[in-house]
Design a protein around this ligand. Structure first.
Ligand code: PGA
Length: 247
């Protein structure tokens, strides 16, 4: 399984960032899971420097622009040169701050151009009875995939993160039958965008209120390939329990 720890802006202290990395390195030694840390940009630069462990790094976002006279931007190329291997793109907290579908598509392309694996975050605001939430997921995936070649599409990871679950506790996480259904739906959308068996090779992750306990149940009962973990990834005890449960 792929476990991505999205530290968001929870970790603001260097000592705490270093402690979480030390814990992750220890966990990675005995876990067959792929552990990926997504710290803020400055901490990614610090922690990924000379990293020889099995822990990989992800940017939490990349700039919609490439290099040049763009004050305040952190580009995909900068993350790549610091040692990131992945980039979260289209997280709902970035979309809430103004990222459009066009921005998300541009960011995915920039990430791929710099050899970063894009983790495309998609998710509905709420579940309506008419099933319109399914079109939201379809649109978010198809518009980000539109400019990509078939080869590039196969390099993307999808992270399904329903907004109504993000930041909540495990009892608000999705039910496993609903997640199974959504994973199947995402695979159906991917099959329309990728010919043959290629769609089944695109990893589909789940995020939103993932905590120890809920993670094991969801992993056991669904076909998902891993988790994008927010608040539980910055609590040493929770993160260690979660990684061990999934090993
Ligand atoms: P959460 O966040 O685990 O705190 O719900 C997940 C995310 O936003 O990536």
């Amino acid at each position: 399984m792929i476990i991505i720890a999205n530290w968001k802006a929870y970790v603001e202290d260097r000592g705490r960032a270093e402690k979480l990395l030390a814990l992750s390195k220890k966990l990675a030694r005995t876990s067959e899971n792929t552990l990926v840390l997504a710290p803020s940009a400055p901490f990614l630069g610090l922690l990924a420097h000379n990293n020889k462990s099995r822990v990989a790094f992800a940017a939490q976002d990349v700039s919609v622009t490439t290099g040049g006279a763009k004050t305040g931007e952190t580009t995909a190329q900068m993350y790549a040169s610091l040692g990131a291997a992945y980039a979260l793109i289209g997280h709902s907290e970035r979309r809430a701050l103004g990222d459009t579908e066009a921005d998300v598509a541009a960011k995915v392309s920039h990430a791929l151009a710099c050899s970063l694996t894009p983790v495309l975050c998609v998710g509905e605001q709420e579940r309506d009875r008419e099933g319109r939430y399914l079109s939201t997921i379809r649109e978010e995936i198809t518009s980000a995939f539109a400019p990509l070649t078939q080869k590039e599409r196969m390099k993307v990871i999808i992270a399904y993160e329903p907004l109504w679950a993000i930041g909540k506790t495990a009892d608000s996480a999705i039910r496993s039958d609903d997640l199974s259904e959504m994973a199947l739906y995402i695979r159906k959308v991917l099959a329309e965008l990728l010919p043959g068996k290629n769609a089944s090779r695109v990893p589909v992750l789940y995020g939103g209120a993932v905590e120890p306990g809920s993670a094991r149940e969801l992993a056991g009962a669904t076909s998902i390939d891993g988790f994008l973990v927010g608040h539980a990834s910055v609590d040493e005890r929770s993160f260690a329990a979660l990684v061990k449960e999934l090993s």
